[in-house]
Design a binder for this molecule. Structure first.
Ligand SMILES: C[S@@+](CC[C@H](N)C(=O)[O-])C[C@H]1O[C@@H](n2cnc3c(N)ncnc32)[C@H](O)[C@@H]1O
Length: 236
């Protein structure tokens, strides 16, 4: 029997489908320093280090409404929204280390006390590390669109993700989402409508509290239309 005849490792067979590919981006020296020196201050230890769910009242040193942004990239939206909204706490989740490094440097430079970061899969963060009904809002700006049909299953917004999101949002919570890829926008709108747990999405248009992000700028350069909605969670 050669190795091709061996049964597939059940763990790899049943491994969850990931919404990202870990890019081998190189860290700048400043980002390396930030990960070494600033991560202990602004980072939340990953589940794989054996850390349990964080006590966010202790982490932030207060009780306040909390927002989670998934896939922060270099943190442009997270930082700007947190700076303009000091009464709420902002959690950012990202798997790309250079983006986290960049964001740590900016948290320090701007002196933001209301931002903390997760550097691990945001689906696990949402599922295992945050209590139910604990989030005032979830932000998802320009998630990877996974253009090819055979990759659509890798899109973050799917019925199970929306069910998880509904569970983690407080009764008056909201989901704020933006994309530059119309087929993904249609998919998101359809999944949310079918969920039954979200009301009609509101287009914030020019009133959006969201600044221009790197991937939005890229979408604009390519001539893509920007679609953005804020969905209120329906009270149970
Ligand atoms: C297309 S980029 C958009 C970045 C940023 N929001 C912007 O608008 O510039 C999507 C980001 O989401 C991150 N990402 C995708 N799936 C993720 C997951 N499950 N957990 C954490 N980060 C994720 C990717 O690493 C990538 O940086």
């Amino acid at each position: 029997m050669d190795s091709n005849d061996l049964p597939a490792n059940p763990e790899s067979r049943h491994r969850e489908i990931r919404s990202y590919v870990l890019r081998a981006g190189r860290l700048t020296r400043a980002q390396e320093r930030a990960l070494a020196e600033l991560w202990p201050r602004y980072g939340i230890p990953a589940a794989e280090t054996g850390a349990g769910p964080p006590d966010l009242d202790v982490v932030f040193g207060r009780k306040a409404p909390r927002i989670l942004e998934i896939g922060i990239g270099n943190g442009a939206a997270l930082l700007s929204m947190a700076a303009h909204d000091p009464g709420r706490d902002y959690l950012g989740a990202e798997v790309h280390a250079p983006g986290i490094g960049h964001c740590l440097l900016e948290i320090e430079r701007l002196g933001l006390g209301n931002v903390r970061l997760f550097m691990e899969d945001a689906v696990g963060v949402l599922r295992d590390r945050l209590p139910d009904a604990s989030l005032a809002g979830l932000h998802l700006f320009f998630p990877d669109p996974w253009h090819k049909k055979r990759h659509h299953k890798r899109r973050l917004v799917q019925a199970p993700f929306v069910a998880l999101l509904s569970r983690k949002l407080a009764a008056d919570g909201y989901f704020h989402v933006a994309t530059d890829w119309p087929p993904y926008a249609e998919h998101i709108a359809a999944v949310l409508a079918a969920s039954g747990t979200f009301g009609e999405g509101i287009d914030p248009a020019s009133n959006s509290p969201r600044p221009l992000t790197r991937f939005e700028a890229r979408g604009q350069r390519l001539g893509h239309p920007i679609w953005e909605r804020i969905y209120p969670r329906r009270r149970a």
